[in-house]
Design a protein around this ligand. Structure first.
Ligand SMILES: Cc1ncc(COP(=O)(O)O)c(C=O)c1O
Length: 345
């Protein structure tokens, strides 16, 4: 396939113009490029491949994590369409909803969030990502699992309410995983591709890009970027809740929509464990160990689970000692402040 490289790293700084290469509009929000770091002590301790970390936890502070890349494109599109409110959905501790709330404050927009919670009610404690959603002034509505299953319809109704009040909503699906979100992660893979040599990541063999996968946009975008890259990247998404079949369906659909149906990737669902947002003491112990070997903070729902999956696959002999793995740190650290670590600390 002919390489079609989006702009890597830089911003136009002008949200109302198309990129010179015709790529979607993008508003500068994230600190890019994020660093690519070699995790020397973790590599030694885990005794497997050479592990690198792509630090998307450093895209910003409140605005940290993979969702900021997706929101750069969504906010530009919302502004260009004349919308005044970002409408989206996620779990109460959703990083995407937190980033949306913060981005709205930054861009002079409102945020209206549909949040899934147990019993469809406000949580007892306003902590972690939910604290930041509220701090940034987002309007929040709660739904239980039944309401969540009707989230598309409910968000449409919320946008209709806004229209009745003379306002205008920009609806984003969970995780901002649609064509715009995918485009942002295609660009992210190119960013990694551009920085690998300078960082000293050189290999004659395929380099694995390991990440947590949930709404599929990150996996689809990385797969697209890898397919049009000159280097040999293997994209592996470790599911944090969905079955392999469910996630494949979502990612395949995103790839078809994005015009890259054949981009290869792999999904693992062996390490979903107790399910979305639920964590075993064994998983937590690996996450704590990894913090003490890298100085980095993981969240138990996404990055921590994917890291645990990587450790188990290393232990199972998936990699040779001279293989390279890039663990994409997709952020999410605020959720650690809403989790009970007492069993392992
Ligand atoms: C911290 C973190 N990592 C990874 C993911 C997964 O990304 P995606 O939804 O694009 O699959 C999410 C999504 O919610 C997230 O918040």
């Amino acid at each position: 396939m002919q390489a079609r490289r989006p702009r890597a790293g830089g911003h136009t700084g002008d949200m109302n113009k198309l990129g010179r290469d015709g790529s979607p509009q993008r508003m500068a929000l994230a600190q890019l490029p994020t660093p690519l770091e070699f995790a020397d002590r973790l590599t030694d301790a885990w005794g497997g491949p050479r592990v690198w970390i792509k630090r998307d936890d450093l895209t910003g502070f409140g605005l940290s994590g993979n969702k900021v890349r997706k929101l750069e494109y969504h906010v530009a599109a919302a502004k260009a369409a004349g919308c005044d409110t970002l409408v989206t959905c996620g779990a109460v501790q959703s990083n995407h909803c937190r980033a949306t709330a913060i981005v709205a404050a930054r861009a002079g927009l409102n945020a209206l969030l549909l949040l899934r919670s147990s019993r469809g009610m406000a949580p007892d404690e306003v902590v972690g990502n939910h604290f930041l959603q509220r701090l940034a002034g987002a309007e929040v509505r709660f739904v239980d699992r039944d309401g969540w299953n009707r989230r598309a319809e409910l968000m449409e109704a919320m946008a209709d309410e806004l229209a009745d009040a003379g306002r205008s909503g920009w609806i984003m699906p969970a995780g901002a995983s649609d064509r715009l979100g995918v485009a942002s992660f295609e660009a992210a893979l190119w960013e990694l591709d551009d920085q690998a040599d300078a960082a000293g990541l050189r290999s004659d063999r395929a380099v694995t890009v390991w990440h947590a996968s949930s709404s599929g946009g990150t996996t689809a975008g990385l797969a697209m970027g890898a397919a049009s890259s000159g280097r040999d990247w293997t994209i592996v998404g470790s599911s944090v809740g969905e079955t392999r079949a469910e996630l494949h369906e979502v990612v395949d659909e995103l790839l078809v929509e994005s015009g890259s149906a054949d981009a290869p990737y792999e999904i693992l669902d062996e390490y979903v464990g107790l399910g979305y947002g639920k964590t075993t003491d064994e998983e937590l112990a690996v996450q704590v160990q990894a913090t003490r070997l890298t100085g980095q903070v993981w969240d138990p729902t996404y990055t921590g689970k994917a890291l645990y999956a990587l450790k188990r696959e290393i232990d199972a002999g998936r990699f040779a000692a001279d293989d390279h793995v890039v663990f994409w740190h997709t952020g999410g650290g605020f959720a650690a402040f809403a989790h009970d670590y007492s069993a392992v600390l």
